[in-house]
Design a protein around this ligand. Sequence first.
Ligand code: SAH
Ligand code: SF4
Ligand code: F3S
Length: 484
Amino acid sequence: MIKKQPGWVLPDLREAQKRTHQDSKIEKALFSIPVQCQDLGRGKYYYLRTYGCQANERDSETLAGIFEALQFQPVSDPAKADVILMNTCAVRKNAEDKVLGEIGHFKQLAEQNKDLVIGLCGCMAQEESIVQALLTTYRHVNLIFGTHNLHRLPELLYKVMITKEKCVEVYSKEGDVIENLPVRRFGKHKAWVNIMYGCDKFCTYCIVPYTRGKERSRQMEDILEEVRTLKEEGYREITLLGQNVNAYGKDLGIEGGFAKLLEETAKTGIDRIRFTTSHPWDFSDAMIEVIAAYDNIMPFIHLPVQSGDSDILRIMGRRYTIEDYKRLFDKIMAKIPNCAVSTDIIVGFPNETDEQFEHTMDIVDHCKFDNAFTFIYSPREGTPAARMDDNVAMDVKQKRLARLNERWNQYALEKNKAYEGRVVQVLVDGPSKKNESAYSGYTDTNKLVNFEANGIHSGDIVNVRITQARTWSLHGELVEEKDK
Ligand code: SAH
Ligand code: SF4
Ligand code: F3S
C-alpha cells in the first residue's frame, strides 16, 4: 500500500457503490479559470488519447475544450507533448492492459523531460487497484483524476506544472450534473449530446455504475438548447448519450421522459437524431411510437441482449427474460419501418453451460442482428460476478466467441445484401485520405457506405445506389446532386 500524501483524494469503491435518495445538484457555474492558470498552456502542447465508449469521447471533447481555454495546442505525437493525458476505459481487462502498456512506453519520455506531465483520467482512475498500481509501478504518472471532476483540470494542471507535485484527485461520490464546461467538438457535422450520466442498473458483471456514479439527468431545456445551437452551427446529426437513455428524466420526476425528450429533439428539426444505449428493460411503447413517427429519428437501435439464456440474464441482473427481449425486438421490427438493430453479447459468463450458450446462438438466429459487439466475460474487481466461481475454461470461451462471431457475421452480410440495388441516403463523413474521390458516410440505419463521387462535401446528405454488400460495409455510386 502506498502512503497517502496530503491533498490526495484516492478512489473508494465502497463510496462508489452507494446510492442515496438525495437529488443530484445541477451546477451551472462551477467552471472557471483561476487567474494564475490563464497562461498555463501558452506555447505548450497537449496529447489526448481516448479509450472506451462515447461517454469518454464526449468527455475528451470537454477536456480538449479546457486545454484550449488554457491556451494549450493539440499535438498528435506524444513525444512532442508537454502534457500527455489518457482518458481511459475500465469495462474489460484487455482495455486496461492496452492503456497500461502504452503508459509503460511513456516512461522513456518522462526520463528525457523532467517537466513532462503524464496524466490518467476516466474510468480506470476510479478503480482503487489501478491507482495503487500507478502510484507504485508507474511512478512517472504524475496526474490522476476521475470522471466526476473534469472541471478541476486547470487547478490540477497548475499543481503538477508549477508546484511539481504529483496530483491525485478522484471523487467517488455519486456525482452531480455539471453544465457549461468548455467543449472542442471533434466532428464538424456529427455531435455527441449527453442527456444523462451514470448508471443505477448494477448488472452484476459491470463496473460502469462504480466508475460513473448514479443515474442523473440533465434538464430537458439544457439539452434542447444544446441541440438547437448545434443545428445553428451546421451540425446535421446528433447522438443522445447515456448508459441507459430509457431512464432519462426518472430522477427529475418526468414521466415517460425519454419519449418526450426524443420528440422534442425531433421538433428542433435537426436532420438526424441517434441515441445510445437503450436497455431492453424500460423500452416503452411511447418510445417506439416516437421513433416511428419522426423521419429525423434514425431507424437504428442499439439494444444489448448480453445473453440468450434467461437464467444467465437473471444472474447478470438484466431484469428481462429472453422472451421479453424477443417480444420487444419483434415489436420494434413491426412498428418501425426499415429498422436496424445492433447488440452487445457477453460469452463465458461464470458457469455458462454449452446449452445456455446455444440459447445465445438461438437469439442471434431469431434477431439476425445488423451488427454485434461480442465479448468474453472479464471479471471486474468489486462487482458481484467477480466473486462467482467459474468452471468454464478460457479455450471454451474462445471457441464460443468464434462460433458466435461467425454466426452473426453471416446474418450481417445477409442483411447488407438486401441493400443491393437500393438507393439510400448517406451523411457524408468525407473523402478518404488516400483517394480524394473515394467518399464514405453512414445510412440512416448506421451502415457504412463507401462510394465514388466528385464535387460533394463532408456534411452533405446524398443519395447513393448500393452496388455491392460486404459484411461490415456497403459499396455504391452517387445517384444525384447533393440536396443542399
Ligand atoms: N450501458 C450499456 C453498456 C455499456 S458497457 C448497456 O447497458 O447496454 C458496453 C458493453 O460492454 C456491455 O453491453 C457489455 O456487453 C460489455 N461488458 C460490460 N462489462 C463487461 C465485462 N465485465 N466483461 C465483458 N464484457 C462486458
Ligand atoms: Fe453496465 Fe448494465 Fe449499467 Fe449497462 S446498464 S452500464 S451493462 S450496469
Ligand atoms: Fe468504458 Fe467507462 Fe465507457 S468503463 S465503456 S469508458 S463508461
